[in-house]
Design a protein around this ligand. Structure first.
Ligand code: TXA
Ligand code: MG
Length: 339
């Protein structure tokens, strides 16, 4: 490990142990971290993000061996999933262990935990464990995405600086995030009930089902094609300040024409090869779910900052492969211009 990184890690561990915030890369998005066992440190996360205090945070662990510190009544399926997917972009919701502060769980009796796969996140968590962890010897870093509440998640260190400025003591720079959208969240805490997907992500219900022999229930209102049927499940989130609309490929030329005839500057986010009329700004993402997800938030952020009046996004195909991306796009469009 280069000397500068190990110096950063040492500084990061000290800051965490003294109740300060440290932003760090994960394979999904950058996280805004604090000692998860220290309610005052966790309160700083909510203050820096402007996030309501009843929203629970995900606790990042150095490895599955630390699960017992944070959760109780852990079902066999949790160990199987941890074995199959950790380190990786899967968050498990489990019954909280008694020592877990309610500040982290948003007052709930459950806790979200995951072991992130980014080498720098793992190095930080392991250094933290080696240094004795946080309060009461507990070793978990609570970290939501390192953006202001409701805004676009950061997928590189510069985005974190843009979002949070001086509110964070240190930002560890691990380059661009590989996955690009937030972890899959699976609720395993519902005693005797089937596991339920709470947030789609890179790890799919099919993959989960193939490990535990049971397909998780989809989020309320979401069908297998990833298209929500209940508008209430569409909270605005991950959103640019600029208005944003989704349009099917065939409808785009008309949507662009209409916006331009109203004197609006159009930002366009395309996948694939469509040849658009001239617009104020254009970004193109790969026409495959993984590559699209990797570039999505950076592209939205750029289009948001390019002086467009509206961002038009070429809709992605229906179907399970695109479900996680479709979820983020719909939420972004819903929250756009409102935060
Ligand atoms: O990929 C990720 O998960 C990123 C990186 C940094 O790990 N983190 C992230 O955190 O997306 P955040 O706070 O932006 O989103 C956490 C989500 C929220 O929707 C929250 O409601 C849910 O996790 N969550 C956390 N704990 C929960 C719990 N006990 N029960 C239900 N949902 C929970
Ligand atoms: Mg977030």
């Amino acid at each position: 490990m280069p000397a500068s990184i190990s110096a950063d890690l040492t500084a990061a561990v000290r800051l965490l142990q003294s109740g300060q915030l440290v932003a760090f890369p994960t394979e999904t998005v950058y996280g805004l971290g604090a000692d998860a066992a220290d309610p005052a440190a966790v309160a700083r996360i909510f203050a820096a993000k402007g996030r309501p205090a009843d929203h629970p945070l995900i606790v990042h662990l150095p490895g599955a061996a630390y699960l017992d510190q944070w959760a109780r009544d852990i079902p066999p399926s949790a160990w199987e999933l941890a074995e199959a997917f950790w380190p990786g972009p899967l968050t498990l919701i489990l019954a909280r262990a008694p020592a877990v502060p309610y500040a982290v769980t948003g007052g709930q009796e459950t806790v979200g935990v995951r072991v992130p796969a980014h080498p720098l996140a793992l190095a930080l968590l392991r250094a933290y464990a080696q240094a004795g962890g946080g309060r009461h010897g507990m070793c978990g870093i609570a970290a939501p995405s390192a953006n202001r509440f409701g805004r676009i998640s950061p997928t590189d260190a510069a985005h974190v600086h843009q979002e949070l400025g001086d509110a964070v003591a240190l930002v560890l720079d691990g380059g661009a995030c590989e996955v690009g959208i937030e972890s899959t969240i699976l609720d395993l805490s519902r005693n005797g009930m089937p596991p339920r997907l709470l947030r789609p992500g890179h790890i799919t219900p099919e993959q989960i089902g193939s490990v535990i022999g049971e397909r998780p229930e989809l989020p309320e209102g979401m069908q297998a094609d990833g298209i929500p049927r209940v508008s209430g499940s569409l909270d605005g989130h991950y959103a640019p300040r600029t208005a944003m609309r989704l349009a099917a490929s065939g409808d785009l030329p008309r949507a662009i024409g209409e916006a331009q005839s109203q004197g609006k500057r159009c930002g366009l986010l395309l996948r694939g090869r469509l040849a658009p009329p001239p617009v104020h700004s254009l970004r193109r993402l790969p026409d495959a779910p993984e590559g699209y997800a990797r570039g999505l938030y950076a592209a939205l952020r750029e289009l948001d900052q390019a002086g467009n009046d509206v961002i038009l996004v070429e809709a992605v195909p229906a179907g399970p492969d695109w479900a996680a991306v479709a979820d983020r796009l719909r939420r972004a469009a819903r929250g756009a211009g409102t935060v």
